[in-house]
Design a binder for this molecule. Structure first.
Ligand code: F6P
Length: 357
C-alpha cells in the first residue's frame, strides 16, 4: 500500500491533469494499492492541511482537460521559510501534515519556484518526486517541460491570425509572448508563425537595428512587419544597468509592458502604424496539445515507476527524447535560458529573422 500526496504549484499550464493521471495509472496498473491525497491550491494545501482523498473517478476523463483538478497558487520560495501572519512555521506545518497522513511520498508538479521548495522538503527528509511543468520551458535538467508545446501552439495561432490582418493593413504588428525571463516560447512561436523580428531576454535589442529591419522589409516591398516580443525582452541599454538601477528605472515606467514602449519608438522612428496584441494567459489555457498529452503521460508513468521502486528525490524529465530522472538538488534554483549561440538562433538568423542585435 502506498500513500501518496499530490500538489500542483505555481502558474497553471496545460497537461497538469494528464501528468497526475499518468502517475496514478502507473501505480494502479502495477496492482499497487494506493491512497491519493490531493492537496488543494499548491503548497498552501500542504501547509494548512487542506486536502481531499482522490479516487479513480477523479482521474478519469482528465487527460484532455486544461488547468488542474487540484487548483494552484504561487507561494514564492523566499516566503516559504518566513512565518505566516499567525506565526506558523510553514515548513514545519508541511512536514507535520506529511507525517500525520503517513505519506510514502509527495508528487509535486511545478516550475522553478516550486522546485526550490520541493528540494527544501527533500532536505528536510520528505520523500519527493517532481514533474516539470511550465509554459516557459525554463527548468534546468530537462529538454522540455509540459505545457510548453501547447503554449507554442496558442502563441503561434495568434501570430498566424495577425498575419492575415497585417497583410491587409500594411502595419507593424507586435505580438507579446509570455515566458517570464526566458525566450523559449517567443523563439519557437516566432519561428513557427513566421515572425520577421524576434526579441528575447537573452539577446538584448537595439531599437535602431529593429528599425533597420523594418525599413529593409519596406524597401523590399513588404507591406507589413510582425514582431514576436517576449514579455521579458530588454534593450541593450537596460541590460547594462545593475539590478538596483533597473528596478529604480521601472518605478517610473509608463508603459503596460515592453511591447508598448517598442510600439511608440517604432512609430516615432518609422512613421508606420503599430499595433500590439497580448494573448496573455490564453497561452496557459485550454486543452493540452497531443505532444503534451503524450509527454505528460510518459513523465507521470515514470514518476509512478520511481515511487514503486522507492526512488525519491528526483525530477522526471526528458533528454534526447528519453525520459530521465534528475536529482532535485541539481535542478533547484537553476534557469535554463536560450543561448544566443544556440543553433536554433543561428538558423533563425539565416532565415532572415532579426533579433534586434
Ligand atoms: O511561469 C508561467 C507564466 O505564465 C509566465 O510566462 C508569466 O510571466 C507568469 O507566469 C504570469 O504569472 P501570473 O499568472 O501570476 O500572472
Amino acid at each position: 500500500m502506498k500513500r501518496i500526496g499530490m500538489l500542483t504549484s505555481g502558474g497553471d499550464c496545460q497537461a497538469l491533469n494528464a501528468a497526475m493521471r499518468g502517475v496514478v495509472k502507473a501505480l494502479v496498473n502495477a496492482a499497487e494499492e494506493v491512497e491519493i491525497y490531493g492537496f488543494l491550491e499548491g503548497y498552501k494545501g500542504l501547509i494548512y492541511g487542506n486536502y481531499r482523498m482522490l479516487t479513480g473517478a477523479d482521474f478519469s476523463g482528465i487527460l484532455t482537460k486544461g488547468g488542474t483538478i487540484l487548483g494552484s497558487s504561487r507561494t514564492p520560495f523566499k516566503t516559504i521559510q518566513e512565518p505566516d501572519e499567525n506565526g506558523l512555521n510553514k515548513v514545519e506545518e508541511m512536514k507535520h501534515n506529511y507525517y500525520k497522513l503517513n505519506l510514502n511520498c509527495l508528487v509535486i508538479l511545478g516550475g522553478n519556484g516550486t522546485h526550490k521548495t520541493a528540494n527544501l522538503l527533500r532536505e528536510e527528509g520528505l520523500n519527493v518526486v517532481t514533474l516539470p511543468k511550465t509554459i516557459d520551458n525554463d527548468l534546468w535538467g530537462t529538454d522540455m517541460t509540459f505545457g510548453f508545446q501547447s503554449a507554442v501552439n496558442i502563441a503561434t495561432d495568434c501570430i498566424d491570425c495577425i498575419h492575415t490582418t497585417a497583410a491587409s493593413h500594411g502595419r507593424v504588428f507586435i505580438v507579446e509572448v509570455m515566458g517570464h525571463k526566458v525566450g523559449w516560447l517567443t523563439l519557437n512561436a516566432g519561428i513557427a508563425g513566421g515572425a520577421d523580428i524576434i526579441l528575447i531576454p537573452e539577446i538584448p535589442y537595439d531599437i535602431d537595428k529593429i528599425v533597420e529591419a523594418i525599413d529593409r522589409r519596406s524597401k523590399r516591398g513588404s507591406k507589413f512587419t510582425i514582431l514576436a516580443v517576449a514579455e521579458g525582452a530588454i534593450s541593450k541599454q537596460d541590460a547594462k544597468l545593475s539590478k538596483k538601477e533597473y528596478k529604480e528605472k521601472m518605478k517610473n515606467y509608463k508603459y503596460p509592458s515592453v511591447s508598448y514602449e517598442l510600439a511608440e519608438q517604432i512609430k516615432e522612428k518609422t512613421g508606420q502604424d503599430v499595433r500590439v496584441t497580448v494573448p496573455g494567459h490564453t497561452q496557459r489555457g485550454g486543452s493540452p496539445c497531443p505532444y503534451d498529452r503524450v509527454f505528460a503521460s510518459r513523465l507521470g508513468s515514470e514518476a509512478g515507476n520511481l515511487i514503486l521502486k522507492g526512488e525519491y528525490g528526483f525530477m522526471v524529465g526528458i533528454k534526447n527524447r528519453e525520459i530521465i530522472k534528475v536529482p532535485l538538488e541539481d535542478v533547484a534554483g537553476k534557469l535554463k535560458m536560450v543561448s544566443p549561440d544556440a543553433s536554433i538562433v543561428q538558423e533563425a538568423k539565416m532565415l532572415g529573422i532579426s533579433f534586434g542585435d
